[in-house]
Ligand binder design. Structure first.
Ligand code: GLN
Length: 468
Protein backbone atom coordinates (compact mmCIF):
# COMPACT_ATOMS: atom_id res chain seq x y z
CA UNK A 1 0.00 0.00 0.00
CA UNK A 2 3.06 2.22 0.12
CA UNK A 3 3.20 2.78 -3.64
CA UNK A 4 2.40 6.33 -4.64
CA UNK A 5 -1.22 6.79 -5.70
CA UNK A 6 -1.88 8.68 -8.94
CA UNK A 7 -3.31 12.16 -8.62
CA UNK A 8 -6.54 13.24 -10.33
CA UNK A 9 -4.52 15.31 -12.83
CA UNK A 10 -2.30 12.27 -13.63
CA UNK A 11 -5.37 10.14 -14.25
CA UNK A 12 -7.05 12.87 -16.32
CA UNK A 13 -3.94 13.20 -18.45
CA UNK A 14 -3.94 9.44 -19.13
CA UNK A 15 -7.66 9.44 -19.91
CA UNK A 16 -7.59 12.30 -22.41
CA UNK A 17 -4.40 11.09 -24.10
CA UNK A 18 -5.99 7.66 -24.60
CA UNK A 19 -3.33 5.85 -22.56
CA UNK A 20 -6.12 4.67 -20.30
CA UNK A 21 -9.83 4.16 -20.89
CA UNK A 22 -12.43 5.03 -18.30
CA UNK A 23 -13.42 1.35 -18.27
CA UNK A 24 -9.86 0.17 -17.59
CA UNK A 25 -9.51 2.73 -14.83
CA UNK A 26 -12.83 1.73 -13.25
CA UNK A 27 -11.84 -1.96 -13.46
CA UNK A 28 -8.57 -1.20 -11.71
CA UNK A 29 -10.32 0.43 -8.75
CA UNK A 30 -13.09 -2.19 -8.67
CA UNK A 31 -10.54 -5.00 -8.52
CA UNK A 32 -8.85 -3.27 -5.56
CA UNK A 33 -12.26 -3.05 -3.89
CA UNK A 34 -12.78 -6.77 -4.52
CA UNK A 35 -9.35 -7.55 -3.10
CA UNK A 36 -9.42 -5.30 -0.05
CA UNK A 37 -12.89 -4.22 1.00
CA UNK A 38 -13.80 -7.57 2.56
CA UNK A 39 -11.08 -6.97 5.11
CA UNK A 40 -11.17 -3.15 5.42
CA UNK A 41 -14.98 -2.65 5.32
CA UNK A 42 -14.66 0.85 3.89
CA UNK A 43 -17.90 0.59 1.88
CA UNK A 44 -21.46 0.10 3.04
CA UNK A 45 -22.58 -0.19 -0.59
CA UNK A 46 -20.46 -0.96 -3.66
CA UNK A 47 -22.28 0.08 -6.84
CA UNK A 48 -23.11 -2.46 -9.54
CA UNK A 49 -23.40 0.07 -12.38
CA UNK A 50 -19.77 1.22 -12.31
CA UNK A 51 -19.01 -0.01 -15.83
CA UNK A 52 -22.10 1.78 -17.22
CA UNK A 53 -20.92 4.98 -15.55
CA UNK A 54 -17.46 4.45 -17.04
CA UNK A 55 -19.00 4.06 -20.51
CA UNK A 56 -20.79 7.42 -20.12
CA UNK A 57 -17.58 9.06 -18.97
CA UNK A 58 -15.76 7.60 -21.99
CA UNK A 59 -18.36 9.15 -24.33
CA UNK A 60 -17.68 12.54 -22.78
CA UNK A 61 -13.92 12.01 -23.13
CA UNK A 62 -14.28 10.85 -26.75
CA UNK A 63 -16.41 13.91 -27.52
CA UNK A 64 -13.58 16.12 -26.26
CA UNK A 65 -15.76 17.40 -23.43
CA UNK A 66 -13.89 15.90 -20.49
CA UNK A 67 -13.26 17.99 -17.40
CA UNK A 68 -10.54 17.06 -14.94
CA UNK A 69 -13.08 14.92 -13.01
CA UNK A 70 -14.56 12.99 -15.93
CA UNK A 71 -14.12 9.25 -15.42
CA UNK A 72 -12.36 9.71 -12.07
CA UNK A 73 -13.39 6.99 -9.57
CA UNK A 74 -14.91 8.63 -6.48
CA UNK A 75 -16.41 7.30 -3.25
CA UNK A 76 -19.26 9.08 -1.45
CA UNK A 77 -19.83 9.02 2.31
CA UNK A 78 -23.11 7.30 3.10
CA UNK A 79 -24.54 10.49 4.63
CA UNK A 80 -25.18 11.96 1.16
CA UNK A 81 -28.33 11.48 -0.87
CA UNK A 82 -27.82 10.15 -4.40
CA UNK A 83 -31.06 9.74 -6.31
CA UNK A 84 -32.24 6.13 -6.56
CA UNK A 85 -29.41 4.80 -4.40
CA UNK A 86 -29.44 3.49 -0.85
CA UNK A 87 -28.35 5.97 1.82
CA UNK A 88 -28.04 4.44 5.29
CA UNK A 89 -26.25 7.19 7.22
CA UNK A 90 -24.45 4.33 8.95
CA UNK A 91 -27.71 3.64 10.80
CA UNK A 92 -30.02 0.65 11.06
CA UNK A 93 -32.97 3.04 10.95
CA UNK A 94 -32.19 3.81 7.27
CA UNK A 95 -31.05 0.31 6.32
CA UNK A 96 -33.29 0.13 3.24
CA UNK A 97 -33.76 3.86 2.61
CA UNK A 98 -33.38 4.93 -1.02
CA UNK A 99 -32.76 8.64 -1.59
CA UNK A 100 -35.38 10.37 -3.76
CA UNK A 101 -33.06 13.19 -4.88
CA UNK A 102 -29.41 14.18 -5.34
CA UNK A 103 -27.57 16.29 -2.80
CA UNK A 104 -26.45 19.57 -4.36
CA UNK A 105 -22.82 18.42 -4.23
CA UNK A 106 -23.75 15.24 -6.11
CA UNK A 107 -25.67 17.23 -8.73
CA UNK A 108 -22.59 19.44 -9.17
CA UNK A 109 -20.26 16.45 -9.50
CA UNK A 110 -22.65 14.74 -11.95
CA UNK A 111 -22.00 17.48 -14.49
CA UNK A 112 -18.42 16.20 -14.75
CA UNK A 113 -19.49 12.55 -15.17
CA UNK A 114 -17.13 10.99 -12.64
CA UNK A 115 -17.42 7.29 -11.79
CA UNK A 116 -18.97 6.67 -8.37
CA UNK A 117 -17.73 3.37 -6.97
CA UNK A 118 -19.87 3.23 -3.83
CA UNK A 119 -21.02 4.68 -0.50
CA UNK A 120 -18.54 4.68 2.35
CA UNK A 121 -18.84 3.67 5.96
CA UNK A 122 -19.41 6.25 8.68
CA UNK A 123 -20.23 6.44 12.36
CA UNK A 124 -24.03 6.55 12.66
CA UNK A 125 -25.14 9.96 11.30
CA UNK A 126 -21.53 11.12 11.62
CA UNK A 127 -21.48 10.79 15.39
CA UNK A 128 -18.11 9.43 16.39
CA UNK A 129 -14.43 9.37 15.62
CA UNK A 130 -13.64 5.76 14.69
CA UNK A 131 -16.56 4.27 12.64
CA UNK A 132 -17.06 1.97 15.63
CA UNK A 133 -20.51 3.59 15.93
CA UNK A 134 -21.55 2.38 12.46
CA UNK A 135 -24.37 -0.18 12.32
CA UNK A 136 -22.37 -1.79 9.48
CA UNK A 137 -19.19 -2.70 11.35
CA UNK A 138 -15.90 -0.89 11.89
CA UNK A 139 -13.64 0.24 9.03
CA UNK A 140 -10.07 -1.01 9.49
CA UNK A 141 -7.02 1.14 8.91
CA UNK A 142 -5.26 0.15 5.65
CA UNK A 143 -1.86 0.71 7.33
CA UNK A 144 -2.60 -1.63 10.24
CA UNK A 145 -5.85 -3.57 10.28
CA UNK A 146 -5.84 -3.89 14.07
CA UNK A 147 -6.41 -0.12 14.18
CA UNK A 148 -9.33 2.16 13.34
CA UNK A 149 -9.35 4.23 10.16
CA UNK A 150 -10.70 7.14 12.23
CA UNK A 151 -14.09 8.71 11.85
CA UNK A 152 -16.67 9.52 11.21
CA UNK A 153 -15.47 9.43 7.55
CA UNK A 154 -13.29 6.35 8.18
CA UNK A 155 -14.66 4.59 5.12
CA UNK A 156 -13.92 7.60 2.91
CA UNK A 157 -10.32 7.96 4.11
CA UNK A 158 -9.64 4.20 3.94
CA UNK A 159 -11.13 4.01 0.43
CA UNK A 160 -8.64 6.61 -0.80
CA UNK A 161 -5.65 5.32 1.21
CA UNK A 162 -6.15 1.76 -0.06
CA UNK A 163 -6.62 2.76 -3.71
CA UNK A 164 -10.33 1.82 -3.79
CA UNK A 165 -11.24 5.35 -4.94
CA UNK A 166 -9.11 8.14 -6.40
CA UNK A 167 -10.76 10.63 -4.05
CA UNK A 168 -13.75 10.86 -1.72
CA UNK A 169 -16.59 13.14 -0.73
CA UNK A 170 -17.19 13.35 3.03
CA UNK A 171 -18.44 15.62 5.80
CA UNK A 172 -16.84 17.25 8.84
CA UNK A 173 -18.78 18.47 11.87
CA UNK A 174 -15.96 18.29 14.42
CA UNK A 175 -13.08 16.61 12.60
CA UNK A 176 -14.67 13.82 10.59
CA UNK A 177 -12.71 14.59 7.42
CA UNK A 178 -9.38 15.64 8.96
CA UNK A 179 -8.96 12.99 11.67
CA UNK A 180 -9.52 9.94 9.42
CA UNK A 181 -7.37 11.62 6.74
CA UNK A 182 -4.64 11.95 9.39
CA UNK A 183 -5.01 8.32 10.54
CA UNK A 184 -4.96 6.97 6.97
CA UNK A 185 -2.20 9.16 5.49
CA UNK A 186 -4.31 11.14 3.01
CA UNK A 187 -5.30 14.81 2.62
CA UNK A 188 -8.61 16.16 3.95
CA UNK A 189 -10.23 19.59 3.70
CA UNK A 190 -12.90 20.94 6.02
CA UNK A 191 -14.11 24.02 4.12
CA UNK A 192 -15.42 27.27 5.58
CA UNK A 193 -18.90 26.78 7.05
CA UNK A 194 -21.29 27.60 4.21
CA UNK A 195 -18.73 27.41 1.39
CA UNK A 196 -20.30 24.12 0.23
CA UNK A 197 -24.03 23.37 0.22
CA UNK A 198 -25.35 20.94 2.84
CA UNK A 199 -28.55 20.23 0.89
CA UNK A 200 -28.90 16.44 0.69
CA UNK A 201 -26.36 15.78 3.44
CA UNK A 202 -28.02 14.09 6.43
CA UNK A 203 -27.87 16.71 9.17
CA UNK A 204 -25.88 16.08 12.33
CA UNK A 205 -25.34 19.52 13.92
CA UNK A 206 -26.54 22.05 11.38
CA UNK A 207 -24.44 25.03 12.50
CA UNK A 208 -21.25 22.90 12.43
CA UNK A 209 -21.76 20.53 9.47
CA UNK A 210 -19.53 21.01 6.43
CA UNK A 211 -19.01 19.05 3.21
CA UNK A 212 -15.49 18.49 1.91
CA UNK A 213 -13.10 16.27 -0.03
CA UNK A 214 -10.46 13.67 0.83
CA UNK A 215 -7.68 12.94 -1.69
CA UNK A 216 -4.17 11.63 -2.05
CA UNK A 217 -2.67 15.11 -2.48
CA UNK A 218 -3.56 18.78 -1.84
CA UNK A 219 -4.21 19.41 -5.53
CA UNK A 220 -6.89 16.69 -5.58
CA UNK A 221 -8.84 18.21 -2.70
CA UNK A 222 -8.48 21.65 -4.34
CA UNK A 223 -9.98 20.26 -7.56
CA UNK A 224 -12.91 18.69 -5.73
CA UNK A 225 -13.51 21.75 -3.57
CA UNK A 226 -13.68 23.87 -6.69
CA UNK A 227 -16.25 21.49 -8.19
CA UNK A 228 -18.61 21.41 -5.18
CA UNK A 229 -18.43 24.91 -3.69
CA UNK A 230 -20.84 27.77 -4.25
CA UNK A 231 -24.07 29.45 -3.25
CA UNK A 232 -27.12 27.19 -3.37
CA UNK A 233 -30.73 28.37 -3.09
CA UNK A 234 -31.47 25.11 -1.22
CA UNK A 235 -29.07 26.01 1.62
CA UNK A 236 -29.53 29.53 2.94
CA UNK A 237 -26.23 29.37 4.86
CA UNK A 238 -24.12 29.13 1.69
CA UNK A 239 -21.61 31.88 0.91
CA UNK A 240 -19.17 32.55 -1.92
CA UNK A 241 -15.93 34.44 -2.33
CA UNK A 242 -12.21 33.99 -1.82
CA UNK A 243 -10.09 35.58 0.85
CA UNK A 244 -6.47 36.55 0.17
CA UNK A 245 -4.15 33.68 -0.77
CA UNK A 246 -0.75 34.94 0.39
CA UNK A 247 0.76 33.65 3.62
CA UNK A 248 3.96 34.66 5.38
CA UNK A 249 3.45 34.06 9.09
CA UNK A 250 2.25 30.81 10.66
CA UNK A 251 1.08 30.85 14.27
CA UNK A 252 1.49 27.98 16.74
CA UNK A 253 -0.66 27.99 19.91
CA UNK A 254 2.07 26.44 22.07
CA UNK A 255 0.15 26.62 25.34
CA UNK A 256 -2.72 24.64 23.84
CA UNK A 257 -0.39 21.81 22.79
CA UNK A 258 1.11 21.40 26.24
CA UNK A 259 -1.00 18.61 27.71
CA UNK A 260 -2.19 15.21 26.59
CA UNK A 261 -0.47 15.00 23.22
CA UNK A 262 1.45 11.84 22.36
CA UNK A 263 5.21 12.68 22.31
CA UNK A 264 5.66 11.05 18.88
CA UNK A 265 2.79 13.14 17.50
CA UNK A 266 4.45 16.26 18.93
CA UNK A 267 7.73 15.27 17.27
CA UNK A 268 5.90 14.80 13.97
CA UNK A 269 4.32 18.24 14.45
CA UNK A 270 7.76 19.82 15.08
CA UNK A 271 9.09 18.18 11.92
CA UNK A 272 6.14 19.73 10.08
CA UNK A 273 6.97 23.18 11.45
CA UNK A 274 10.57 22.68 10.30
CA UNK A 275 9.27 21.96 6.78
CA UNK A 276 7.34 25.23 6.82
CA UNK A 277 10.42 27.11 8.04
CA UNK A 278 12.38 25.56 5.16
CA UNK A 279 9.65 26.74 2.80
CA UNK A 280 10.33 30.28 4.02
CA UNK A 281 7.48 30.90 6.45
CA UNK A 282 7.97 32.68 9.72
CA UNK A 283 6.76 30.51 12.61
CA UNK A 284 5.44 32.50 15.55
CA UNK A 285 4.10 31.42 18.95
CA UNK A 286 0.58 32.68 19.57
CA UNK A 287 -2.08 32.55 22.22
CA UNK A 288 -5.72 31.99 21.34
CA UNK A 289 -7.78 33.08 24.36
CA UNK A 290 -10.42 30.54 25.45
CA UNK A 291 -9.41 27.95 22.87
CA UNK A 292 -9.15 25.39 25.69
CA UNK A 293 -12.96 25.60 26.05
CA UNK A 294 -13.69 24.74 22.41
CA UNK A 295 -14.15 21.03 23.10
CA UNK A 296 -16.51 21.58 26.04
CA UNK A 297 -18.59 24.08 24.07
CA UNK A 298 -18.67 21.68 21.11
CA UNK A 299 -19.96 18.80 23.25
CA UNK A 300 -22.79 20.96 24.59
CA UNK A 301 -23.84 22.64 21.33
CA UNK A 302 -23.46 19.67 19.00
CA UNK A 303 -25.64 17.26 21.04
CA UNK A 304 -28.22 20.08 21.35
CA UNK A 305 -28.42 20.37 17.57
CA UNK A 306 -28.30 16.58 17.19
CA UNK A 307 -31.26 16.14 19.55
CA UNK A 308 -33.32 18.40 17.27
CA UNK A 309 -32.08 16.86 13.99
CA UNK A 310 -32.56 13.25 15.09
CA UNK A 311 -36.27 13.85 15.81
CA UNK A 312 -37.01 13.21 12.12
CA UNK A 313 -36.12 9.53 12.56
CA UNK A 314 -39.41 8.52 14.12
CA UNK A 315 -40.51 5.51 12.07
CA UNK A 316 -43.23 7.58 10.39
CA UNK A 317 -41.68 9.94 7.85
CA UNK A 318 -39.13 7.57 6.33
CA UNK A 319 -36.88 4.68 7.12
CA UNK A 320 -37.56 1.59 9.16
CA UNK A 321 -40.34 1.29 11.72
CA UNK A 322 -40.96 -1.01 14.67
CA UNK A 323 -44.72 -1.04 15.21
CA UNK A 324 -45.79 -0.59 18.83
CA UNK A 325 -49.20 -0.66 20.56
CA UNK A 326 -49.87 3.00 19.75
CA UNK A 327 -48.11 5.94 18.09
CA UNK A 328 -46.06 6.86 21.17
CA UNK A 329 -44.96 3.28 21.56
CA UNK A 330 -44.09 3.07 17.85
CA UNK A 331 -41.80 6.09 18.27
CA UNK A 332 -40.22 4.58 21.36
CA UNK A 333 -39.75 1.11 19.87
CA UNK A 334 -38.42 2.43 16.58
CA UNK A 335 -35.93 4.84 18.12
CA UNK A 336 -35.12 2.52 21.01
CA UNK A 337 -34.31 -0.46 18.83
CA UNK A 338 -32.92 1.12 15.67
CA UNK A 339 -30.74 3.99 16.88
CA UNK A 340 -27.30 3.15 18.29
CA UNK A 341 -26.02 3.89 21.80
CA UNK A 342 -23.98 6.99 20.86
CA UNK A 343 -26.87 8.61 18.98
CA UNK A 344 -29.16 7.98 21.96
CA UNK A 345 -26.54 9.35 24.36
CA UNK A 346 -26.34 12.58 22.34
CA UNK A 347 -30.13 12.90 22.05
CA UNK A 348 -30.34 12.66 25.84
CA UNK A 349 -27.42 15.03 26.43
CA UNK A 350 -28.80 17.52 23.94
CA UNK A 351 -32.31 17.38 25.31
CA UNK A 352 -30.92 17.97 28.78
CA UNK A 353 -28.80 21.02 27.88
CA UNK A 354 -31.76 22.57 26.05
CA UNK A 355 -34.35 21.88 28.74
CA UNK A 356 -36.03 24.71 30.62
CA UNK A 357 -33.93 25.67 33.61
CA UNK A 358 -30.70 24.24 32.15
CA UNK A 359 -30.55 26.01 28.80
CA UNK A 360 -29.04 29.17 30.32
CA UNK A 361 -26.51 27.22 32.32
CA UNK A 362 -25.35 24.99 29.43
CA UNK A 363 -26.60 25.82 25.95
CA UNK A 364 -26.45 29.64 26.12
CA UNK A 365 -23.19 29.63 27.98
CA UNK A 366 -21.65 27.33 25.39
CA UNK A 367 -22.95 29.55 22.59
CA UNK A 368 -21.32 32.52 24.28
CA UNK A 369 -18.02 30.60 24.52
CA UNK A 370 -18.33 29.82 20.82
CA UNK A 371 -18.64 33.54 20.03
CA UNK A 372 -15.63 34.35 22.23
CA UNK A 373 -13.50 31.75 20.44
CA UNK A 374 -14.57 33.10 17.06
CA UNK A 375 -13.55 36.57 18.20
CA UNK A 376 -10.15 35.36 19.52
CA UNK A 377 -9.43 33.67 16.22
CA UNK A 378 -10.44 36.74 14.22
CA UNK A 379 -8.03 38.72 16.39
CA UNK A 380 -5.19 36.19 16.02
CA UNK A 381 -5.65 36.26 12.25
CA UNK A 382 -4.71 39.93 12.25
CA UNK A 383 -1.23 38.82 13.44
CA UNK A 384 -0.71 35.53 11.57
CA UNK A 385 -1.95 34.21 8.22
CA UNK A 386 -2.32 30.55 9.09
CA UNK A 387 -2.47 28.58 12.36
CA UNK A 388 -0.76 25.19 12.66
CA UNK A 389 -1.83 22.45 15.07
CA UNK A 390 -1.77 18.67 15.26
CA UNK A 391 -4.92 16.98 13.92
CA UNK A 392 -5.35 14.48 16.70
CA UNK A 393 -3.42 13.95 19.96
CA UNK A 394 -2.57 10.35 18.95
CA UNK A 395 -2.05 8.26 15.82
CA UNK A 396 -4.75 5.72 14.90
CA UNK A 397 -5.75 3.79 18.03
CA UNK A 398 -6.56 0.09 18.11
CA UNK A 399 -10.08 -1.15 17.45
CA UNK A 400 -11.95 -1.30 20.76
CA UNK A 401 -9.33 0.74 22.64
CA UNK A 402 -11.62 3.73 23.26
CA UNK A 403 -15.05 2.50 22.22
CA UNK A 404 -16.20 1.79 25.77
CA UNK A 405 -15.35 5.26 27.11
CA UNK A 406 -17.17 8.13 25.36
CA UNK A 407 -15.11 10.79 27.15
CA UNK A 408 -11.82 9.29 25.92
CA UNK A 409 -13.27 9.32 22.43
CA UNK A 410 -14.45 12.95 22.73
CA UNK A 411 -11.00 14.07 23.91
CA UNK A 412 -9.56 12.94 20.56
CA UNK A 413 -11.39 15.87 18.96
CA UNK A 414 -9.63 18.64 20.90
CA UNK A 415 -7.69 20.02 17.91
CA UNK A 416 -10.27 19.48 15.20
CA UNK A 417 -13.41 21.01 16.75
CA UNK A 418 -11.77 24.48 16.86
CA UNK A 419 -12.33 25.03 13.13
CA UNK A 420 -15.98 23.93 13.35
CA UNK A 421 -16.66 26.05 16.43
CA UNK A 422 -15.30 29.06 14.53
CA UNK A 423 -16.59 28.10 11.05
CA UNK A 424 -13.12 28.49 9.49
CA UNK A 425 -11.46 26.21 6.93
CA UNK A 426 -8.83 23.65 7.94
CA UNK A 427 -6.65 21.20 6.04
CA UNK A 428 -5.03 17.97 7.19
CA UNK A 429 -1.90 16.98 5.26
CA UNK A 430 0.24 13.91 5.95
CA UNK A 431 3.27 14.77 8.11
CA UNK A 432 6.03 12.53 9.44
CA UNK A 433 4.85 9.02 10.36
CA UNK A 434 5.34 7.45 13.78
CA UNK A 435 6.23 3.85 14.61
CA UNK A 436 3.87 1.62 16.60
CA UNK A 437 4.55 -2.10 17.11
CA UNK A 438 7.02 -2.00 14.24
CA UNK A 439 4.46 -0.50 11.86
CA UNK A 440 4.73 3.00 10.45
CA UNK A 441 1.51 4.96 11.07
CA UNK A 442 0.61 8.21 9.32
CA UNK A 443 0.11 11.41 11.31
CA UNK A 444 -1.57 14.48 9.85
CA UNK A 445 -0.50 18.12 10.20
CA UNK A 446 -3.30 20.67 10.47
CA UNK A 447 -3.43 24.14 8.93
CA UNK A 448 -6.25 26.61 9.72
CA UNK A 449 -7.03 29.87 7.90
CA UNK A 450 -9.59 32.68 8.12
CA UNK A 451 -13.07 32.29 6.61
CA UNK A 452 -13.00 31.65 2.83
CA UNK A 453 -9.20 31.38 2.71
CA UNK A 454 -9.14 27.81 1.38
CA UNK A 455 -6.77 28.85 -1.43
CA UNK A 456 -4.25 29.95 1.18
CA UNK A 457 -4.45 26.51 2.80
CA UNK A 458 -3.85 24.87 -0.58
CA UNK A 459 -0.84 27.08 -1.22
CA UNK A 460 0.79 26.35 2.15
CA UNK A 461 -0.31 22.69 2.00
CA UNK A 462 1.32 22.18 -1.41
CA UNK A 463 4.61 23.59 -0.16
CA UNK A 464 4.35 21.38 2.92
CA UNK A 465 3.84 18.20 0.92
CA UNK A 466 6.62 19.08 -1.54
CA UNK A 467 9.25 19.29 1.20
CA UNK A 468 8.05 16.11 2.94
N1 GLN B 1 -15.74 13.02 16.42
C1 GLN B 1 -16.57 14.17 16.42
C2 GLN B 1 -17.91 13.85 17.04
O1 GLN B 1 -18.11 12.74 17.39
C3 GLN B 1 -16.74 14.73 15.03
C4 GLN B 1 -17.74 14.03 14.18
C5 GLN B 1 -17.91 14.67 12.83
O2 GLN B 1 -17.17 15.57 12.44
N2 GLN B 1 -18.97 14.26 12.14
O3 GLN B 1 -18.73 14.70 17.18
Amino acid sequence: MEHKQPSIRDLHEQLVSGKLTAAALAEQYMSTITARNGDLNAFITVFDDVMEQAAKAQQKIDAGEATVLTGIPLSIKDLFCMQGRRATGGSKILEHYVAPYDATVIAKLNQHVPVYVGKTNTDEFGQGGSTENSAYGVTKNPHDTTRVAGGSSGGAAASVAAGMAAAALASDTGGSIRQPASFCGVVGLKPTYGAVSRYGLMAMASSFDTVGPIGTCVDDVAILFDAIRGVDSMDATTVAGDGPTEAKVIGVPRGFLAQGVDPDVLASFEEGLARLRTAGYEIRDIEIPNIEYALAAYYVLVPAEISANMSRYDGVKFGEKVVGVDLGDTYAQTRGQLLGAEVKRRIMLGTYVLSAGYADQYYRKAWHVRMMIRASLADVFTQVDVIAMPVSPTPAFTIGERAADPLQMYLMDIFTVVANVAGIPALSVPGASVARDGISLPVGFQLLAPHLCEQRLFEVGKKFEKIG
